[in-house]
Design a protein around this ligand. Structure first.
Ligand SMILES: Cc1cc2nc3c(=O)[nH]c(=O)nc-3n(C[C@H](O)[C@H](O)[C@H](O)COP(=O)(O)OP(=O)(O)OC[C@H]3O[C@@H](n4cnc5c(N)ncnc54)[C@H](O)[C@@H]3O)c2cc1C
Length: 464
């Protein structure tokens, strides 16, 4: 952190570049935390910069780089790892005013959008033109395209369609020491050179600042028919998931909720579910009307055998209600105790049941109430320890439990993060899953992109 006098002079200098309305005091609370606020994580900044053009973003980075000022990029602030929380003072670079759709070419199935565009706005604009932008994180109404790219966000439909990176053909980024550079563009293939675009995707603001992206679109599926099946336990539910996977149909989404997550969310479920319900699977079938109906039948057969109940809405309003309820699962779990430590480990799908059961065991050993839900088809669990955020002992125990969870993920052949990234809260955890040589490559890459270590310091890689 700078002294008060240095902070005031930094604000003045940035105002000269960006204009008086585009710089806020570093104490502006809305820019100092993200969705990890429920585990009491907040940071400190010297100024908040809100550029309206990519060139202004580049000028801000250039000024910070020249004056050794750390930069924390920020999208919608919905991240679950403290990635957008400024830990070293300096400037929070908010991309929210870069929110324009630069092009939409419906006939060519592509668009170019600025980093601050809200994810659901991009999805809506595509839809209005008969097209589909598949990435659908549960935070889509608040998260930004740039934040999704920086975390390589997933979501329920990543099972069939892939994560955000699968839809990005080009990036406009600010690289140190403040250059605006294009990597890829409106092209669908590119194998010339190293894949720098993919290196930037998922780099959590530690290698560069995304100011815009070219995205691929596809014709929107004509129909999408979800169904939710409830079971008496995880064993039966996980067997049903494997039955769905081997049924030959490709679900567009294949989600699950364990007993604790069903308990936390059942009150808002669109229909009444049996008391004995302790596991739920949600599958989606999409395509042309005939394809969706056929796939829906096959999924219903595969999931139906041991289900206590199947809820299969067909009307748009009921379908939307089911997905709205699913999107609200994370918040409903937080509401249980006011806070949560929620991770996003991944395991091979055949180890899913073990990971679900072990999550509960780990919670039992460390005391906090525990549940998990997530993207079953991708083996991606949101293993969650529910806490009273005013009780430091509970937070500490939940964080200890999370350490065991990361060890479990690696032991089962998985990863410490499937979609939220590493950020601040998993700092140092990469060494669990990567060999020292691979960690050294990470450090060398960081140094090549950011020789002064000013881009989102303390995130993704352990401090050295
Ligand atoms: C209710 C809820 C549901 C969620 N569901 C999902 C889900 O289904 N799938 C999923 O993957 N995630 C989910 N998340 C987590 C979160 O929404 C994603 O990680 C999302 O991609 C973060 O986007 P954001 O714009 O909010 O980024 P922020 O939180 O602002 O930032 C995230 C990281 O990206 C960096 N960053 C942001 N913008 C840029 C930029 N333009 N250039 C460079 N770096 C940048 C930040 O420094 C930070 O490290 C959920 C979160 C909530 C609160």
């Amino acid at each position: 952190m700078l002294t008060a006098i240095a902070s005031a002079s930094l604000e003045r200098e940035l105002k000269a570049i960006l204009g008086p309305d585009a710089v806020l005091p570093g104490t502006t609370r809305a820019y100092l935390s993200d969705a990890t606020e429920s585990r009491n994580l907040t940071g400190k900044a010297d100024a908040i910069a809100l550029p309206t053009t990519a060139e202004q973003a580049a000028q801000t980075v250039a000024w910070c780089y020249e004056h050794d000022v750390p930069i924390t990029p920020r999208g919608g602030g919905t991240g679950f790892t403290g990635g957008a929380v400024p830990t070293d003072g300096g400037v929070v670079l908010g991309l929210e005013r870069l929110n324009q759709l630069r092009h939409l070419d419906p006939g060519l199935w592509r668009a170019a959008a600025e980093a601050g565009m809200i994810t659901s706005d991009l999805r809506r604009r595509a839809r209005e033109n008969g097209l589909f932008y598949p990435p659908d994180p549960g935070s889509a109404e608040q998260s930004h395209l740039g934040g999704n790219i920086a975390t390589n966000a997933g979501g329920p439909h990543a099972f069939k369609y892939g994560v955000t990176g699968a839809w990005i053909t080009g990036l406009e980024v600010v690289l140190a020491p403040g250059e605006l550079v294009k990597l890829g563009g409106a092209i669908r293939k590119d194998v010339a050179g190293y894949d720098l675009k993919s290196l930037l995707i998922g780099s959590e603001g530690t290698l560069g600042i995304v100011t815009a992206a070219w995205v691929k679109l596809i014709p929107a599926p004509e129909a999408a028919l979800p169904l939710a099946a409830v079971y008496s336990d995880a064993r039966t539910g996980c067997a049903a998931i494997e039955a769905a996977l081997s049924s030959g149909t490709i679900p567009a989404a294949l989600e699950y909720l364990d007993a604790g997550a069903v308990r936390a969310t059942r009150g808002a479920f669109p229909v009444e579910i049996p008391d004995a319900a302790s596991f739920m699977v949600i599958a989606d079938a999409d395509g042309t009307a005939e394809e969706a109906a056929k796939s829906h039948d096959e999924l219903q057969q595969a999931l139906g055998e041991d289900a206590l109940l199947i809820h299969a809405p067909t009307q748009n309003k009921d379908i939307n209600a089911l997905w709205r309820w699913r999107d609200g699962a994370s918040l409903a779990v937080t509401a249980q105790r006011g806070g949560k430590v929620s991770e996003d480990i991944v395991v091979p799908v055949d180890r899913l049941r073990e990971a679900i059961e072990q999550t509960v065991e780990i919670g039992r050993r460390h005391d906090p109430r525990t549940c998990s839900w997530g993207h079953a088809g991708d083996g991606n669990l949101h293993s969650t320890f529910m806490i009273d955020r005013d009780d430091p002992g509970e937070l500490h125990r939940a964080e200890q439990a999370a350490q065991e969870l990361f060890a479990l993920a690696v032991e089962l052949g998985g990863s410490i993060s499937g979609e939220h990234g590493v950020g601040l809260v998993k700092n140092g955890q990469l060494a669990r899953q990567w060999a020292p040589e691979a960690i050294a490559m990470h450090v060398a890459i960081k140094r090549a992109f950011d020789p002064k270590g000013l881009l989102n310091p303390g995130k993704k890689l352990a401090r050295t």
